[in-house]
Design a protein around this ligand. Structure first.
Ligand code: 5RP
Length: 221
């Protein structure tokens, strides 16, 4: 079976009646949302918060009852994908450009589960570019600050056009290299005007569910 599907299907088992559930974004989360949709059809009673317009459309199609972020004061369980994660549970997210909503939902959650295929497990994060959501106004200035720090920012482009997030902003992808100083970059990002959020999700979860080619699905806690 597809490793992403294995992880998504397994994660859906952690959803219980009555929960407010954060629904992540991306190709792994897609399987999880489908599996939850199946359980909802079979009587599971939950309410969910999608982390992107794409996930919202998928969940709506499946008949999963949805809430907006302003309608809740907590999330019981958030399940989402990652781009890279190290053994200390430091993750990079935002490959799909949904990092801002993903972080809002994850920080509200009592419990977070990251789901992935085994390729996402790394010793040190940073080989994958670090996505940073920046305001359109002044984006060149913010990019220049990131360039000065030596982070090699690249404004994300999709289909020949500057990529615009669900929140109407741009994404700068930083090329930091594996083993970069996480704390230093996190702190400096906080000082740049126009940076709205970044894709460092540090030690936010206690459980990862990994689809592997050799041993099926692995739950790492
Ligand atoms: C989207 C994300 C995704 O969760 C991350 O990019 C992983 O995606 P996939 O499951 O498709 O590999 O952070 O913003």
């Amino acid at each position: 079976m597809d490793m992403k599907k294995m992880a998504g299907d397994k994660a859906a088992e952690y959803v219980k009646d009555g929960m407010v559930v954060g629904l992540g974004t991306g190709s792994t989360a897609y399987h999880m949302v489908n599996a939850i949709g199946e359980r909802v059809k079979n009587g599971l009673k939950i309410q969910a918060i999608p982390t992107s317009k794409a996930t919202e459309a998928q969940a709506r199609e499946l008949g999963i009852p949805l809430l907006t972020i302003d309608e809740v004061d907590h999330v019981d369980l958030d399940i989402d994908g990652v781009d890279e994660i190290d053994p200390q549970f430091n993750a990079i997210k935002g490959g799909g450009g949904a990092l801002y909503r993903e972080k809002v939902v994850a920080t509200l959650a009592k419990e977070v589960i990251w789901i992935m295929d085994e390729s996402k497990l790394v010793d040190h994060i940073g080989a994958f570019h670090l996505p940073v959501e920046i305001a359109q106004y002044g984006s060149k200035q913010a990019m220049a600050r990131m360039e000065e720090y030596g982070w090699k920012p690249v404004l994300r482009v999709r289909d020949g056009k500057t990529f615009v997030t669900d929140n109407g902003n741009y994404i700068a992808d930083l090329h930091l290299g594996a083993g970069f100083d996480i704390e230093d970059v996190r702190e400096k990002l906080g000082t740049i005007v126009g940076v709205l959020e970044h894709g460092l999700f540090l030690n936010m979860c206690k459980r990862m569910i990994v689809g592997t080619s050799s041993e099926g699905v692995r739950v790492i806690e």
